[in-house]
Design a binder for this molecule. Structure first.
Ligand code: ZN
Length: 164
């Protein structure tokens, strides 16, 4: 069922653009299908979710989300030196490369290479957007009630999604 305004447990369809301080465009849904998400379940950054509560279909707005309500502050402990031998020999390591690894418990971890030395590789485990104010331009395209399945899963489903 279509709803007039964004409320907890509704599925919200938005177009968004995300810029950083310098005006650098990080991501945009424009030119693609709008993004659907389940409101009130932490599927998008907190600062944006708060701003969307109560918004009506057709509304457009801009919001600056501080890091603490975005991807958090950059943690200095996230920068670590790892022995070169930890990485597969065939892996090309150079600054700026993003790697997917696993921690001791098998949880996926993303890291970015900062520096490659003879013995050690310096990596940053922080989210790439940590420490940044996030500048969003938002347009609310649609709001509907969530299905029981979406509520049980804690996220929105889109036509053509694989079963899960
Ligand atoms: Zn699901």
């Amino acid at each position: 069922m279509d709803l007039a305004a964004v409320e907890i447990d509704s599925v919200v369809s938005i177009h968004y653009s995300l810029h950083l301080d310098g005006g650098e465009l990080v991501d945009s849904s424009r030119g693609r299908e709008p993004m659907n998400y389940l409101h009130g379940h932490g599927n998008i950054v907190l600062g944006l979710e708060e701003e969307l509560t109560g918004r009506k279909v057709g509304e457009q707005f801009a919001v600056a989300v501080p890091a603490e309500k975005g991807y958090g502050d950059s943690n200095p402990d996230g920068v670590q030196k790892i022995p070169r031998t930890t990485f597969p020999a065939e892996l090309e390591l150079k600054p700026g490369v993003a790697l997917r690894a696993q921690d001791g418990e098998g949880t996926p971890v993303m890291m970015r290479v900062l520096e490659v030395g003879d013995q050690d590789v310096t990596v940053d485990l922080n989210h790439p957007l940590a420490g940044h104010t996030l500048y969003f331009d938002i347009e609310v395209i649609g709001v509907r009630t969530a299905s029981a399945e979406e509520l049980a899963h804690g996220h929105a489903h889109n036509p053509g999604d694989p079963d899960h």
